[in-house]
Design a protein around this ligand. Structure first.
Ligand code: ATP
Ligand code: MG
Length: 211
C-alpha cells in the first residue's frame, strides 16, 4: 500500500479539503484508494455522512488514534491510502509521517501558516535522517492570485525549509467549501477550474513517481 498524507499542525490549512479531493480524484481514475480520517474532529467522516447517495466516492475509514493507525492501516486492502491528519496533534503527526510514503503540507499564504508548517518539515527531516524514505512537498492553498501574500508564496521566497512546493496550487474558491459541506468532491460541482487544479496535482504526483 502506498500512503499519501496531508499534514500541517496549523488548523484550517486545507488538509481535509485537499485529502478529500485528492482521494476522490484517485478513486475516479479507478485506483483502489481509501481515505483515512486520522482526525478525532472527524471532518472526512462528517463529509462522507453528508454525501448524497449514489455518488461514486471512495470509502472513508476512521483511524484516529496513533497506535491504532499504525497497527491497522496495513490490514486495509486498498492500493493507496490518503490520510487526513489533525492539527495540533504532535503524536498523531509523528505516527502519520512514520507510515507515509508521501507527505503533502498544505500551506496558506500567511506567515502563521508558513511558520506552523515547520513542525511537519521537522518530522519529515527526522524520518529522512533515520534513513526512512519519504517524498514531501508543500502545496499552496487558498490562493488568490491578485494578492501580495499569494504572489509571495507562489514565488517561493518564504520557503527556507528545504522542501519543494508543488507547481499546482489550490485557489480560494467557494466551490471547495460548498462541495465539502454537501458531502461531494469538486468533481460534482460545476467549477471546471477547480477540477483542473486537482487533476494537475495528481498529474504532478504521478510524473514525480510519487503515486
Ligand atoms: N481552497 C479553498 N477555497 C475555499 N475554501 C477553502 C479552501 N480550502 C479550505 N477551505 C475552507 O477552509 C476551512 C478549513 O479547511 P479544511 O477543513 O480543509 O482545513 P484543515 O487543515 O483540514 O482544518 P483542521 O486543521 O481543522 O483539520 C473549511 O471551511 C474549508 O471549506
Ligand atoms: Mg481537517
Amino acid at each position: 500500500m502506498k500512503v499519501l498524507a496531508l499534514v500541517n499542525e496549523k488548523g484550517g490549512a486545507g488538509k481535509s479539503t485537499a485529502a478529500i479531493n485528492i482521494a476522490c480524484a484517485m478513486h475516479r481514475q479507478g485506483k483502489s484508494v481509501v481515505l483515512i480520517d486520522a482526525d478525532p474532529q472527524g471532518t472526512a467522516r462528517d463529509w462522507r455522512e453528508a454525501s448524497p447517495s449514489g455518488l461514486n466516492l471512495p470509502p472513508v475509514v476512521a483511524l484516529d488514534r496513533p497506535e491504532l493507525l499504525i497497527s491497522s492501516i496495513k490490514t486495509l486492502a486498498a492500493e493507496f491510502a490518503v490520510i487526513d491528519t489533525p492539527a495540533k496533534a504532535e503524536k498523531m503527526s509523528a505516527s502519520v509521517i512514520r507510515i507515509a510514503d508521501v507527505a503533502i503540507i498544505p500551506v496558506q499564504p500567511s506567515g502563521a501558516d508558513v511558520w506552523a508548517s515547520a513542525a511537519a518539515v521537522k518530522l519529515i527531516q527526522a524520518k529522512k535522517d533515520l534513513g526512512g524514505a519519504i517524498d514531501a512537498a508543500f502545496l499552496a492553498t487558498r490562493i488568490s492570485s491578485n494578492t501580495k501574500l499569494s504572489k509571495q508564496i507562489l514565488s517561493g521566497e518564504w520557503n527556507e525549509y528545504g522542501l519543494d512546493m508543488l507547481d499546482t496550487a489550490i485557489s480560494n474558491r467557494v466551490a471547495y467549501a460548498q462541495a465539502l459541506t454537501e458531502g461531494m468532491s469538486i468533481y460534482e460541482t460545476r467549477d471546471g477550474e477547480a477540477k483542473g487544479e486537482i487533476d494537475l496535482i495528481l498529474q504532478e504526483l504521478e510524473v514525480a513517481g510519487w503515486l
